[in-house]
Design a protein around this ligand. Structure first.
Ligand SMILES: [Zn+2]
Ligand SMILES: [Zn+2]
Length: 256
């Protein structure tokens, strides 16, 4: 998000000042308007400096560049620190290892998303508070690929990197379609967004942090992927990733 400085007129000007200007000092409003435009910080005349917020949408665009361990990528293998503390998440419902979907770089941390696909649709894998998905937050220091468990549906058939493209606006869907049109590409090449505002398919479903009980911060939105044969399974919908600063916890959910 960036800010642009601007000047706006403030209608909450003190009454005494208003009648003074109206009755005695400035005969023509247009002259008055020109006068105030040239005042840098004349708050006493009812003019305040404000910051007009320019929203940006950060689109994740499919890329053919090689995948890097410390950056956002889809499919492939999850990473771990060489301290050996990483544990591949297991589904609380079917007790089998979950499938690794993607890793998203958020504020210098990798949010590694796992979702149960051992019996699709049977393990509440859409639920931010269910046992069918998990987000493992990994600091990208001394990374290596995590060993793959011997049972369960654990990996996807694809692996691809992304580039982040910043476009002006605050509507993800609009930004996504406009990017595709501008680049004569399929909207499927847009894999989601990072930061910004979630574009909900159903109602607003911001999860609450288990630790501090506060609403979590939106960090990313993910599409199923560029190719229907290898895409992630969000029931034809979209996934959302959230984070809380208190202990660095993260949650994942999807809607369709
Ligand atoms: Zn399961
Ligand atoms: Zn918290």
């Amino acid at each position: 998000m960036i800010y642009r400085k601007g000047i706006t007129k403030n209608s909450s000007r003190p009454l005494a000042a208003q009648s003074f200007f109206k009755g005695h000092f400035i005969p023509k409003l247009s002259v008055f308007a020109e006068f105030i435009e040239h005042l840098p910080a004349a708050t006493e005349f009812g003019v305040t400096c404000t910051r007009e917020v320019i929203h940006m949408v950060n689109l994740l665009i499919n890329s053919t560049e090689p995948v890097e361990m410390s950056l956002t990528s889809f499919g492939g293998k999850p990473v771990q620190n060489s301290d050996g503390k990483f544990q591949w998440p297991t589904c609380g419902c079917c007790k089998l290892p979950m499938q690794f979907l993607a890793k998203i770089l958020v504020n210098n941390e990798l949010h590694q998303i796992f979702m149960c696909q051992n019996d699709p649709g049977m393990c509440d894998d859409w639920d931010a508070n269910g046992d069918g998905n998990a987000v493992v937050v990994t600091i990208p220091i001394e990374l290596e690929y995590a060993p793959t468990p011997s049972e369960g549906i654990t990996l996807r058939e694809v692996e691809h990197s992304v580039k982040v493209v910043e476009v002006e606006g605050n509507d993800y869907e609009k930004a996504r379609n406009e990017w595709a049109e501008r680049n004569t590409a399929s909207p499927r090449e847009v894999l989601g967004q990072v930061s910004g505002e979630p574009s909900w398919i159903q109602g607003d479903e911001i999860p609450t942090c288990n630790e501090c009980n506060k609403p979590m911060k939106f960090v990313a939105q993910l599409e199923q992927g560029p190719d229907w044969k290898t895409e992630m399974n969000f029931g034809g919908g979209v996934a959302y990733l959230f984070h809380c600063d208190c202990i660095g916890s993260a949650k994942f959910l999807w809607q369709c």
